[in-house]
Design a protein around this ligand. Sequence first.
Ligand code: ZN
Length: 277
Amino acid sequence: MPELPEVETMRRGILSIVGRRIEDLRLARCAKRPIEMTPGAAAMRRRVLGCKIVAVDRVGKRVVVRVDSGDAIIFEPRMTGLVLLAAPPSEEHLRLRIKLSGRGNRELLFWDRRGLGLVRLVTPAEFEKRYGGAKLGPDALKISAGELQARLADNRREIKVALLDQRVLAGVGNLYASEILHLAGVHPRRRCDRLGADAWKRIHAAMLKVLRLAIRHEGSTLGDGTYRNALNQAGSFQNHHRVYDRAGESCRGCRREKVERIVQSQRSTFFCPGCQK
Ligand SMILES: [Zn+2]
C-alpha cells in the first residue's frame, strides 16, 4: 500500500499545482526518524527554487512532479506516505513542505506516518536510469494483453507473485493482485507458464477493470485509516473488495464458498476456492 489506484488518486488530486512556481522547500519540524531524501533538503531546495511546475505524472507507485528545469521530484509513498494539498492527518508525521506561488492551496506536503517513503530529485538521465524500461515494466493501465502474456508466459513463478514484480508490470501490489485474480477466475498459485491465452486475456481485462474502478473510488483506505487522497479524505474502494482481507467471509462472486487466505512470498493472498480453480 498504496498501489496504482491510490497513487493515481494522489496525482489527480494535486494537478492544480501545474503552472505554479516553487517558492520554498523545507523539511517540516518532525521529531521522527527522517525519511530518505536524495539529495538532502538543502540541495534539493537550491535546485528547485523558482522553478515552474510543468506536469504531474505517475510512474508505477510514485508521483512525479516535473519542473521547467527538466528535473523531476519523485514522491514514493511506499507504506504510509501521502502527498497532500490539505492539512495532514497529523502534524507530527509531516515530513516536507513545498511552498507554491499563486492562488489556492499554497503548500504541497509530504506526510509519512512510518517514514519509509522517500523523496528524490532527479535529472532526465537519472529518471531514465531509475524508472526507465530497464528497471520498471510498462504501466498496468497501458500494457496490452499480448504484452502481459509475452512478458510472463515462460515464467515459472506463481501468477500472484509474478504480478507484483514491478520489472514486469508497474503499479500492481498485494491488494489489487488478489482482487484482479478473483475477478479473472484464476487461482493465485497457478504457474505463469501453465496459463493459456484465454487466461491471460481474462487477467488483463480484470486488471483494467479493477484498477479503473478503484481509481473511480479514490483507492482503498484500510482499517488503519492511513491512506487518504490529496485533500486528506478516505477512499471508498475498500467497500467493494471481492476477496482482500475477507478470509472466512462468503465470496461475493459465487456466494457459496468462503474466502481463503494463503501466504505467497511472505504476503497474504485472498481467493475463492470455488471461483478460482
Ligand atoms: Zn467464489
